[in-house]
Design a protein around this ligand. Sequence first.
Ligand SMILES: NC(=O)c1ccc[n+]([C@@H]2O[C@H](COP(=O)([O-])OP(=O)(O)OC[C@H]3O[C@@H](n4cnc5c(N)ncnc54)[C@H](O)[C@@H]3O)[C@@H](O)[C@H]2O)c1
Length: 240
Amino acid sequence: MSAPVVLVTGGAAGIGRAVAERCVDRGLRTVLWDISGAALEKTCAELGPLAVGHVVDVSKPESLKAAEADLSRAGVTHLVNNAGILGAAMEWDAVNTKSVDMVLAVNVVGTMAVTSAFLRQRDPHPDAAIVNMASIAGMNGGAPGYAAYAASKGAILALTRALARDLAPDLRVNAVAPGIITTDMQADIQSDPARAALTRTGIPMQRPGTVAEVAEATDWLLFEAGYTTGEVLRVAGGRQ
Ligand SMILES: NC(=O)c1ccc[n+]([C@@H]2O[C@H](COP(=O)([O-])OP(=O)(O)OC[C@H]3O[C@@H](n4cnc5c(N)ncnc54)[C@H](O)[C@@H]3O)[C@@H](O)[C@H]2O)c1
């Protein structure tokens, strides 16, 4: 069996970087797509020659079109749909539909468009798999002010189930649902003591998770969980 080749979107930082690092540690060629060229350059230099980066904005069809040929050139077999944004906080009586559109464009439409490009260009593999990065926000409504984000992650859970049904038995499709994980995405919330305290309420493990802990669960769903598809694995310290 040929070795898997993995595409990780949003792979330059945070959870995506940790997932890419784990793939490289397995000795796998790993393609990182990210909107940030500078972060991508730094991460690929740190991860070494198995990691190849391309600047791609998953929310822009023209950017994806330009990058699509990368997938067949690299022989990509596995996909991690990780790129995502939190968006601005907003009150219900002041919904900013532009900001909602942007969250949905990256988190939902981007995931669907990247998956479609991957399916057109992938190299078939006997244990091909997709992992989508959801969030427990998609189950519990998320932090106050971030309903657009929660809605986008609820959509990821639905997409995961639809894809798993439609792509079996050729591909397995699962989701990871992290809770509070220490990354740049959490920086604004965690730097405000009152909001930070709110987000930590009700974590039985009494601490945020690490990117390595999310990468471990992602790695299991990608490479080890041979009879698991359409499932959601929470990595949330026991929080529902
Ligand atoms: N950090 C958390 O607490 C947490 C919790 C639950 C779910 N998640 C999810 O995990 C995923 C990664 O989050 P993170 O915390 O590592 O975020 P992060 O902000 O640290 O990293 C996200 C990466 O995605 C890239 N990116 C953003 N928009 C992009 C676009 N349009 N096209 C391509 N790349 C883009 C960024 O440049 C960055 O490198 C997201 O889907 C997020 O919703 C995070």
